[in-house]
Design a protein around this ligand. Structure first.
Ligand SMILES: Cc1ncc(COP(=O)(O)O)c(C=O)c1O
Length: 669
């Protein structure tokens, strides 16, 4: 008897395997296999591991004995009505990360007998969210760190954030108007350690004007245009034609100008920024070397320099490859610190100049690790790869017409298991045949059941070809698109535009992996489609330990009635503030947690909950007035009751859902 395989594609929000099925013992899969598969030790930098329940755990101090079970935390939040997607910020990770940067520079300073200190100033543009900045401020106060502001609103936020911390350095970069500079001068008078950075010569004129007016001797920084070009996506941040900074000629002019106003001693700092996520340490070495020489030259000309600010750029190993790939870096924080200290010291020693205080503006490096987003999977589209050629033949026999492309698909299918098979040739034949079959269908020569059979046969051939090629350990170029063509589509309850805009905009990779079931072999491969209505709202590039990226992610079969959670990691820098309101999906819930192994359930405390945007809020961002919307709906409903299209009860229910919807989360609940 011939039997047709199950229906072709479909939504499998209600999939087949029961959750209670034990982890596939036949494959011998354990959590230890999930670690390299998802690259956790590499990108996790010690902050993430898998516990004995097969759950992803956050290790805020890189100590496997002190872990927060991420799955338990998410379930605990759900019990408290904080559903997914939820952004989790782990304050202890943030603190640890800051300490690591401090310790790397302290060690480099000690190793090189460097005769001054180091401080990191957090550029708040990297993530201005108040709760994060307050946590950071508390940690920064203990470590002698400070802030960097790049605009007027940022400066006003930083001034208030650092209330009562007169020694905390505040560096002011970016475009400035007269009011901005006046505020900075007055902040100096207030006793604050503010360093305005001259980006254009006109800034200097304004600075001198206001300083003279208020009788203040400000600390002044200048941004240089290093000849060393930046690299990667932000390469235009540096180089002679960069948007910001003074040329060598302007630097000399600045010293003369200040001398003329009796303020050369106020020129305290020189600064540059060669771009964010600098992947190659050689670029940093070259640029710091150049900056250090500029420092020495200006010091010799009589500028009262005491600080060198090497800007941002300290990158993150998002893909765990410790390489010069766009989502990685080929150096560690220790190497970065050692190179900077060594270069500055060498230049100063050679010129007989005292060692300056070193500042860096390492935003990404400070905050990336502490934030992660957990989201649920809403369902999946699965392409069946189990066609039975016999059943297709039977179907054909029942048809009057025997379409040639389908016969060719059957031939290709049957040829797969023959000796000396050429996989690429088979795939070419199958790809051509399926294209022709589709053309026939479009011309009305193929029935829908035959089209369905042809599709299933094609997917099955593709899967077999791929499996055999993988077993041989090679994937010829002509088969390169197969993994993606055959992959499942998992629907993710998130907006890529809101949560990981850099993935959409600049192909930045972020580590993604399930946060539970890691002791169970993931048997599916899929891409992730978000809930926005854009076809590019999807993730089809994932970190890979062997290649620069892979087109699909290893995933588990969905279990009926059970949530399946995935996490996106290293999201703390730039993503939250660059995210947009596409389709009116708003800010997600944010929860601040810390490790706590004292009495009680769980090893975590919920320190802060910042509820995500409601529908009402996002509508008001685009100038709707929620009250008026409800009123309009009420009028419409009353008309429907009058014309007997709705009963009073139906009208009441519709209005209730409408009003409650206004108060609800913008994501699917
Ligand atoms: C002037 C300046 N400083 C610091 C940073 C922060 O860079 P990063 O996050 O790479 O450390 C930036 C960002 O591009 C910047 O423009």
């Amino acid at each position: 008897m011939t039997r047709l395989a199950p229906p072709a594609t479909g939504d499998t929000a209600a999939p087949t395997e029961p959750r209670t099925s034990p982890p596939t013992p036949s494959t011998g899969w354990t959590s230890a296999d999930a670690l390299p598969l998802y690259g956790i030790p590499a990108w996790g930098a010690g902050y993430f591991g898998i516990n004995n329940l097969g759950h992803l755990a956050v290790q805020p101090e890189k100590d496997p004995a002190r872990r927060i079970d991420l799955f338990e935390l998410v379930e605990g939040l759900r019990e408290r009505d904080i559903g997914t997607p939820v952004m989790i910020r782990c304050t202890d990770v943030l603190r640890h990360r800051l300490r690591e940067i401090r310790e790397a520079f302290d060690a480099a300073i000690a190793d090189h007998n460097y005769d001054n200190t180091y401080a990191c100033v957090y550029p708040i543009k990297v993530n201005q969210q108040r709760h994060l900045c307050e946590d950071l401020r508390d940690a920064a106060a203990e470590l002698g760190f400070g802030f960097e502001a790049g605009s007027k609103p940022e400066l006003l936020a930083v001034m208030a954030l650092t209330e009562g911390q007169p020694d905390m350095p505040i560096v002011c970069n970016g475009f400035k108007d007269s009011e901005f500079i006046e505020t900075v001068i007055l902040a100096g008078k207030l006793g604050r350690h503010v360093i305005p950075v001259v980006e254009r010569f006109s800034d200097l004129e304004l600075l001198v004007k206001h300083a003279e007016h208020y009788g203040v001797r400000p600390r002044i920084g200048v941004r240089t245009k290093p000849s060393a070009k930046g690299v990667g996506r932000w390469e235009s941040s540096a180089g002679m034609r960069s948007k910001f900074g003074l040329t060598a000629t302007e630097l000399l002019g600045a010293v003369e100008f200040l001398k003329a106003h009796g303020m050369a001693d106020c020129l305290n700092m020189i600064h540059f920024h060669i771009g964010s996520q600098v992947g190659d340490i050689r670029r940093i070495k070259a640029a710091v070397n150049e900056l250090a020489h500029i420092y020495c030259e200006l010091a010799k000309l009589g500028a009262g320099l005491d600080t060198i600010d090497v800007g941002g750029g300290l990158g993150i190993d998002y893909d765990g490859s410790l390489s010069n790939s766009p989502s990685s870096v080929n150096y560690t924080v220790d190497e970065y610190a050692a190179d900077i200290v060594y270069r500055v010291k060498s230049a100063c020693d050679a010129n007989g100049i005292a060692h300056p205080r070193i500042l860096s503006e390492s935003g990404r490096a400070m905050v990336s690790h502490c934030s992660m987003l957990v989201f649920d999977v809403l369902g999946a589209s699965v392409f069946p790869t189990d066609a039975d050629a016999e059943s297709v033949k039977a179907l054909l026999i029942a048809e009057d017409k025997r379409p040639q492309p389908v016969l060719e698909l059957i031939d290709a299918y049957e040829a797969i298991d023959t000796p000396r098979v050429n996989l690429v040739e088979i795939y070419h034949d199958a790809a051509q045949a399926i294209d022709e079959a589709m053309s026939l269908f479009n011309l009305g020569y193929l029935s829908l059941p035959i089209r369905s059979a042809a599709e299933r046969l094609f997917w099955t051939i593709g899967k077999r070809v791929l499996d055999l090629a993988r077993a041989k350990g090679e994937l010829p170029d002509d088969l390169a698109d197969l993994p993606r063509r055959l992959s499942d589509i998992y629907y993710a309850n998130l907006s890529i535009f809101q949560t990981l805009p850099d993935h959409w905009a600049i192909d930045q990779l972020f580590p993604i992996c399930p946060i539970h079931r890691l002791d169970e072999e993931p048997t599916r491969r899929g891409i992730l489609a978000d809930i926005t209505c854009d076809s590019d709202g999807q993730i089809d590039k994932f970190i890979d330990r062997r290649e620069t990226s892979k087109p699909t992610l290893e995933l588990h079969t969905l279990n009926h009635g059970e949530p399946y959670y995935l996490g996106v990691f290293l999201l703390g820098a730039y993503q939250e503030v660059l995210g947009d309101l596409h389709n009116l999906y708003g800010d997600t819930h944010v929860v601040h947690v810390s490790f706590d192994d004292s009495e009680g359930a769980g090893d975590w405390n919920i320190d802060e909950v910042i509820e995500g945007d409601t529908v009402k809020e996002v509508l008001s961002y685009v100038q709707y007035e929620p009250e008026n919307l409800v009123k309009a709906m009420r009028r419409e409903v009353e008309r429907a009751v009058k014309s007997r299209t709705l009963t009073v009860r139906e009208a009441k229910n519709l209005l209730k859902f409408y009003s409650e919807g206004m108060e609800g989360y913008t994501y699917l609940e």
